[in-house]
Ligand binder design. Structure first.
Ligand code: FES
Ligand code: FE2
Length: 401
C-alpha cells in the first residue's frame, strides 16, 4: 500500500467529462428523451430472482417510468417471463400488487383467466362474444431474461442488443456469486429529486468521510488512505464498478464481535476475510484487494448493487418524472440456519439501514437547490468516474436516432 492509496483505473475514460450540465436534465422535455431512448430501449433490471424463486412463482412489479405494472412469472418450464399486468378484455389490472405461486391468473372484473405463460385460457360466458380469437388475446409480453440475481426486461419490441451484449464483459464475471441468498430487508421511498441525482449518491465513496462520519466513521480510510480513495475503479461498456477498501487498522467493536461471533462476518468485517484461494468470481473484488470491504456496481441506467462477503444490496432508482424518483432497496444475505445467523443478519440490517438513511438525506437537499436554477453544471473528480460514465452512457443513448 502507498502512503496514500492510489486508485487503479481500468477502462476507457476518453469520452468522459468532468463537468456535466445537470440543469438541462431537470427539464421535462429532456426527461421524455431519457424515457424514450434509454428506458424504452435498454435492458432494465426489474426484480431480484429471489422474487420468483421456484416453478409457478410470480411477482408484480410497478415500473413507474413506463407507467406500467408487470407480472413476472416463472413457468412450469422454469422460464422467466414478463407481461404487462393488463387484462385483454377491457384493460383491468389483472393481478394485485404482491407475489406468490400461481399457475394462472383470473381477472376480478369478469373472470377471464390467463396461464402463467401468458395464454388466455378461459373466457367466461364465451358464447356471447361474436368475434373473438383466444390465440391473439394472450397477455402482452415484454422481453425478459434472468442474469445472476436479476430479472431484466426490455420494452423494445425488437431489442437492439441481446442482454449479453448489453452487459458486455461482466456477463460472465459474477457467476453464482449471488445464489443461496435470502432477502432480509426491503425499503421503498419516493424522493423529490431527479433520478440521475439520486443514483449518483451511491456511485462514489468520496462522500463517505463526510455524510457517514457519525454512523461509520472508521470502516474505510485509515492512516494509509485518509481520503478514502477507491482501490480499484473500472469502466465497462455502460456499467462501471469500484472496490471500497476497508480500514486495516480498524478494530472490531464488542457488539460486532457478538453479532458476527455466532454467524458469518458481513459488513463491516475486518480484518481481511477474502478467501485466500480466491474462489470468488473475477468480477467480485476484481483487483483482489487484501482489505476488500465491498464493491459498488452500477448497472446502467438505474440500478446499483453493493456486493460484499455473504451479502449484497440491490437498489433501484426508478424515475417517476423529471423531479421525482421511486427508490427501492433490498438487502440479501446468506441463508440463515441458526439463531446466530439471524443475529448477524439483524446487526447488519440495522447498521446498513442507518447508512442508507444518510445517503437518502442529501438527495432532496440537492434536488431543491438545483430546482432554483442558480447553477447549471456539476464538477466531478476522478473518484467520481462512475458518475461521469453514467452521463456519457446516457448521452450516447439519447443521441441515437
Ligand atoms: S376486464 Fe378482465 S375480465 Fe373484464
Ligand atoms: Fe453513502
Amino acid at each position: 500500500m502507498n502512503a496514500t492509496t492510489k486508485t487503479q483505473f481500468v477502462g476507457d475514460a476518453s469520452r468522459l467529462k468532468s463537468r456535466v450540465n445537470i440543469l438541462k436534465r431537470l427539464r421535462p422535455e429532456f426527461y421524455e428523451k431519457e424515457v424514450e431512448k434509454i428506458f424504452r430501449r435498454g435492458w432494465l433490471p426489474v426484480a431480484s430472482l429471489t422474487d420468483v424463486p421456484e416453478t409457478n412463482s410470480y411477482a408484480v412489479v410497478d415500473v413507474p417510468t413506463l407507467k406500467t405494472s408487470l407480472i413476472l412469472t416463472r413457468g412450469e418450464d422454469d422460464k422467466i417471463r414478463a407481461f404487462h399486468n393488463i387484462c385483454r378484455h377491457r384493460g383491468n389490472r389483472l393481478v394485485p400488487p404482491g407475489k406468490g405461486c400461481k399457475r394462472a391468473f383470473s381477472c376480478g372484473f369478469h373472470g377471464w383467466a390467463f396461464a402463467n405463460d401468458g395464454r388466455l385460457i378461459s373466457v367466461t360466458d364465451r358464447t356471447q362474444f361474436d368475434d373473438l380469437d383466444e390465440g391473439e388475446l394472450g397477455l402482452l409480453k415484454v422481453h425478459a431474461e434472468a442474469w445472476e440475481d436479476f430479472v431484466f426486461v426490455n420494452f423494445d419490441p425488437a431489442p437492439r442488443e441481446s442482454l449479453r451484449e448489453w452487459l458486455g464483459k461482466m456477463y460472465d464475471e459474477y457467476t453464482g456469486y449471488f445464489s443461496d441468498r435470502e432477502k432480509i430487508a426491503s425499503y421503498r421511498i419516493q424522493v423529490e429529486s431527479n433520478w440521475n441525482v439520486t443514483i449518483n449518491s451511491f456511485s462514489e465513496g468520496y462522500h463517505s468521510l463526510y455524510v457517514h462520519r457519525k454512523t461509520v466513521p472508521d470502516y474505510q480510510g485509515g492512516k494509509d488512505n485518509p481520503q478514502r480513495h477507491r482501490a480499484y475503479l473500472e469502466l465497462m461498456k455502460r456499467n462501471a464498478r469500484y472496490t471500497a477498501q476497508g480500514n486495516p487498522n480498524r478494530k472490531e467493536t464488542p457488539v460486532e464481535a457478538i453479532a458476527y461471533g455466532h454467524g458469518r462476518k458481513m459488513y463491516p468485517a475486518f480484518p481481511r476475510y477474502m478467501p485466500s484461494d480466491n474462489t470468488v468470481p473475477p468480477g467480485v473484488n476484481a483487483s483482489r484487494n487484501e482489505n476488500w470491504s465491498f464493491d459498488v456496481l452500477e448497472m446502467f441506467p438505474h440500478v446499483i448493487v453493493l456486493i460484499g462477503a455473504h451479502w449484497h444490496a440491490n437498489m433501484w432508482f426508478w424515475p417517476v418524472d423529471a423531479g421525482r424518483t421511486d427508490i427501492r432497496v433490498d438487502f440479501l444475505a446468506y441463508k440463515a440456519e441458526t439463531v446466530g445467523d439471524h443475529f448477524a443478519h439483524a446487526y447488519f440490517r440495522a447498521r446498513l439501514r442507518e447508512v442508507f438513511r444518510e445517503d437518502i438525506g442529501t438527495m432532496e437537499a440537492i434536488g431543491a437547490m438545483l430546482r432554483s436554477g442558480a447553477m447549471s453544471d456539476i464538477m466531478l473528480s476522478r473518484q467520481e468516474l462512475l458518475i461521469q460514465q453514467h452521463y456519457a452512457a446516457a448521452d450516447e443513448m439519447i443521441q441515437q436516432p
